[in-house]
Design a protein around this ligand. Structure first.
Ligand SMILES: Nc1ncnc2c1ncn2[C@@H]1O[C@H](COP(=O)(O)OP(=O)(O)OP(=O)(O)O)[C@@H](O)[C@H]1O
Ligand SMILES: [Mg+2]
Length: 402
């Protein structure tokens, strides 16, 4: 009999063999699939934007953008086969800088930090698996980058979904380290700049993740026992301080556990986003999550650390407005937590999950790849969520929405 097959007559086959064989099959299948979708040397590129999309991102009329083009001001957009102007994100950023020069007030077009504004570090968390952390983190980080913020996205999850979504293949591209672990480990940490990489989106950098991050979970108790860990929960914060001036916003995608990595992200965060899929089982486990988080924060605060945050919000994810039980839970959460629940929910959409299958966010795919109404509904929901978060960021910098 082939290794790994369960023989119905002798249900005693050793489990190791079965599991090992299944792991092999899966790895081979995944490898083959990836080879066909993403050859090892493939690198992702960001699509171009129609003039209408560019105008909306910039917050100007399409006709004004056209006038700038006709007047020879700003970058020269590429012309499509249909003789339409199409803009790269680099073009859009150049336009932003140009428009800001004649803006009515500072920051109309460049929304990032100004003198005295502190770096925003947003931890996206919930220990419930599949609550939408990675999807929300990726769309938030990309939307902020598209809007002109300088963004650093950090994958703190050993499963590395955010990393894969950004075209970095943990098993191929990160064989020699390269995750945040290198910058927060107890022995010979490297400068954080060494693990930051550019992405195909001009304003977005990434610190990828992989299984090596688990080392931090293993080493911290050992370091604590030996009295070496110091304020271990500040290691992420301290590492980020090295590149504070380079970014406006950091978005951290946390693992689905309340371990040392998540605690360190929580201690670094200035804003906390808890993703909730509004279903009974998820909400029940959330009460546990909140209680444990509060206990842990107490422990950290006892050591004299400042655990104050600028804001904390719940984000409803994969919400289906036509689902009555979900609506009851949403109503219940909104009554209980009031304005701590973001107004805009992230809708469940096949456009979002389908884009995910090809390792893309909805901001990366072309509208023409989907039924228009499906795409529009999904992107409007994502924009509403992310722009509400951008407003929170602007508020902490003491100004209105931008
Ligand atoms: N709004 C949405 N509409 C449809 N599918 C979604 C949506 N958000 C997330 N999904 C899908 O749900 C699954 C789980 O989402 P995601 O990976 O973002 O959750 P997570 O909290 O990061 O999970 P984990 O705890 O494993 O890290 C993914 O397959 C994703 O494509
Ligand atoms: Mg995830």
């Amino acid at each position: 009999m082939e290794a790994g097959h369960l023989d119905p007559d002798t249900q005693h086959e050793d489990l190791n063999g079965v599991i090992r064989q299944h792991a092999e099959w899966l790895a081979q299948q995944l490898y083959a699939q990836r080879e066909s979708l993403f050859p090892p040397d493939a690198s992702k590129v960001m699509r171009k934007f129609t003039s209408g999309e560019a105008a909306t991102l910039l917050g100007v009329n399409d006709s004004y953008l056209r006038k700038l083009h006709l007047d020879g001001k700003g970058p020269s957009p590429e012309m499509s086969p249909g003789n339409r102007r199409i803009y790269s994100l680099t073009d859009i950023q150049e336009l932003r800088v140009l428009l800001e020069k004649t803006a009515r007030k500072t920051g109309d077009y460049l929304p990032g930090r100004r003198e005295g504004d502190h770096l925003q570090i947003i931890g996206v968390m919930n220990f419930k698996g599949g609550s939408g952390k990675t999807t929300s983190s990726a769309h938030l980080a990309q939307r902020l980058a598209l809007k002109g913020y300088r963004v650093l996205a950090i994958d703190l999850d050993p499963q590395a979904s955010l990393t894969a979504l950004h075209g970095v293949q943990p098993e191929i591209d990160l064989t020699d380290g390269g995750t945040l672990y290198d910058a927060i480990r107890y022995e010979d940490p490297v400068p954080i700049a060494q693990v930051i990489r550019k992405t195909y989106i001009p304003n977005l950098d990434l610190i990828p993740g992989n299984l090596e991050l688990m080392e931090f979970e293993h080493e911290t108790p050992r370091a604590l026992a030996q009295g070496q860990a110091g304020l271990f929960f500040f290691r992420v914060k301290e590492a980020l301080a090295q590149v504070d001036a380079d970014y406006d916003v950091v978005v951290i995608d946390c693992p689905p556990q309340l371990g040392f990595l998540t605690m360190s992200a929580l201690s670094a965060a200035t804003g906390v986003l808890v993703t909730i899929h509004p279903e009974m089982l998820d909400v029940m486990s959330m009460s546990q999550f909140l209680r444990m988080t509060a206990d842990l924060m107490d422990v950290i605060a006892e050591s004299g650390a400042d655990m104050s945050h600028d804001w904390m919000r719940y984000l409803l994810t994969r919400y289906e407005p036509s689902d009555a039980p979900q609506n009851r839970i949403v109503a219940f959460l909104r009554t209980m937590y009031g304005d701590k629940v973001l107004n805009a929910p992230q809708l469940k959409s096949t456009a979002i999950s389908d884009a995910g299958l090809t390792k893309q966010t909805l901001y990366e795919v072309e509208r023409s790849a989907f039924t228009r109404s499906t795409y529009d509904r999904a992107i409007e929901s994502l924009n509403a969520v992310n722009d509400e978060i951008a407003e929170l960021i602007q508020n902490t910098w003491g100004r209105g929405a931008s």
